[in-house]
Write a protein that binds this ligand. Sequence first.
Ligand SMILES: Nc1ncnc2c1ncn2[C@@H]1O[C@H](COP(=O)(O)OP(=O)(O)OP(=O)(O)O)[C@@H](O)[C@H]1O
Length: 252
Amino acid sequence: MTETQVELKNVTVNVVAGHDVKTLLDDINLEIHRGDFITVIGTNGAGKSTLFNAIGGDLQISAGTITMGGKRVEKDSPEKRAKHIARVFQDPKMGTAPRMTVAENLALASHRGQHLGLRSRALAKKKDQFLALTKRTPNGLDQALDKPTEELSGGQRQALSLLMATLKEPDLLLLDEHTAALDPHTSAAIMALTDKIVAEDNLTCLMITHQMDDALKYGNRLLVVDAGHIVADYNAQEKANLDKAALLQYFG
Ligand SMILES: Nc1ncnc2c1ncn2[C@@H]1O[C@H](COP(=O)(O)OP(=O)(O)OP(=O)(O)O)[C@@H](O)[C@H]1O
């Protein structure tokens, strides 16, 4: 039986814009099952990142409920929700501490939700684990464990962000166009790594992308967001029968 991991019921997000109230999400209903890997597409300004902000708590919802693992979370702070939700953004500079080394960043991520103890002995103990972890990446991160993150390439930083986000196996992984700033070759490599981590760790994941090929190739479900609504929710079988031309129709 499929287990519900996250559920949005009648979620609406209104914001005040000048003298008007703007509805960014309009009565959204969405059930996410454990192990779902859902790709999310839609035009610029459709509400995709707003959906992530509502789930992550960066934006308060105006109506409705959000449940994670059976518990209501819509009133919880983003910090409290971050114990269960990890997010990777488009900008490779976000999500890592630039002056800290790759190993130190990984140590930070491995202490998510706990008090920090970045003593060098503790770090040395974890080096083997971090070496094994970074060897999974396609772009030489394992050779850069002692380098400050600001010296890494964009692709290496996104690989690191992904490892940091998934190190503690979050209940929900939110990928917000995390390969959009990368060249095609690096983007493909990071997508392959993403797919591997999601499958091996059996993560529940939502991934926003403007790459229709990636939206079709990865995941077991595909959502289309338009003007604050979910206008399509394709299951694995329906998704297998979709092609790029069908998806492009949603972009007018
Ligand atoms: N805090 C806010 N206050 C007012 N308007 C907002 C706020 N956040 C987002 N918006 C607006 O809500 C709409 C949806 O934005 P959102 O970033 O969710 O779109 P998106 O689908 O992620 O687009 P893109 O593909 O361009 O990233 C846009 O018109 C945006 O300007």
